[in-house]
Design a binder for this molecule. Structure first.
Ligand SMILES: [Cu+2]
Length: 221
């Protein structure tokens, strides 16, 4: 946790709440990272990353000991604020450094074509409860061709001690508020659930951690 702006300015690198490293984010600016939908980067990048819609890694760099994470996608070459397709519902992640959200895929009901442009949005909870979310976006070109094992593993690393937990009511936004600013129901708030100790189940959600060795098993999910 780091709410003091003075402290942030002294340690700019470690102050980044989290970074989206692959597919590469449009950019990161600590001062605007809480701006929906893309942390202050509203302009589509000219550099799109080819990303496998049937199951790809999302490589993050975590700077909080505990973070609620959600992964969404918006289809189209310039989707604006239309991040309404959930690829990985909100879950709790713990541990610092590299964290790979594994085998993230576009839901099967969504019609994807080869070469379709899209933008992936990673949302985390803010530093303090009720402060809203933090956002990073990456512009991609969707492909139906899976990554090779070596390409997958080169974009999917986990630091030591990284764990994930499911949240009993994962049907909430990681940012605890909807983009319109309306609050989620109190019972649906991941932060509220954490503070009461009720919701994050003790079950280790192995599905959320990317690892080449378990890709086959993750496909079932
Ligand atoms: Cu932070």
């Amino acid at each position: 946790m780091h709410s003091a702006l003075a402290l942030l300015s002294l340690i700019p690198l470690s102050s980044a709440h989290f970074l989206l490293n692959w597919p590469p984010a449009r950019g990161f600016d600590d001062s605007t990272s809480s701006n929906f939908p893309c942390g202050g980067f509203n302009t589509v990048s000219s550099n799109r990353t080819t990303w496998p819609a049937t199951g790809g890694p999302i490589q993050l760099d975590m700077h909080h000991t505990q973070t609620d994470v959600e992964v969404l996608i918006a289809l189209g070459s310039d989707p604006g604020v239309n991040y309404n397709i959930v690829m990985r519902p909100t879950f709790l992640q713990q541990g610092l450094g590299n964290f790979c959200v594994g085998m993230v895929s576009v839901p099967s009901g969504v019609n994807i074509t080869e070469g379709m442009p899209a933008t992936i949005q990673v949302v985390s909870n803010g530093d303090e409860a009720g402060s809203g979310g933090l956002y990073q976006c990456a512009d991609v070109t969707l492909t139906l061709t899976p990554l090779s094992s070596s390409d997958y593993s080169s974009h999917c690393a986990n630091g030591t001690g990284i764990t994930t937990q499911s949240i009993s009511n994962s049907n909430v936004n990681a940012n605890e508020t909807f983009p319109s600013g309306g609050a989620t129901s109190a019972s649906g708030s991941a932060a509220a659930a954490k503070s009461t100790g009720l919701a994050p189940q003790n079950t280790l959600a192995a599905w959320a951690i990317g690892a080449v060795g378990v890709v086959g098993g993750l496909m079932a999910l």
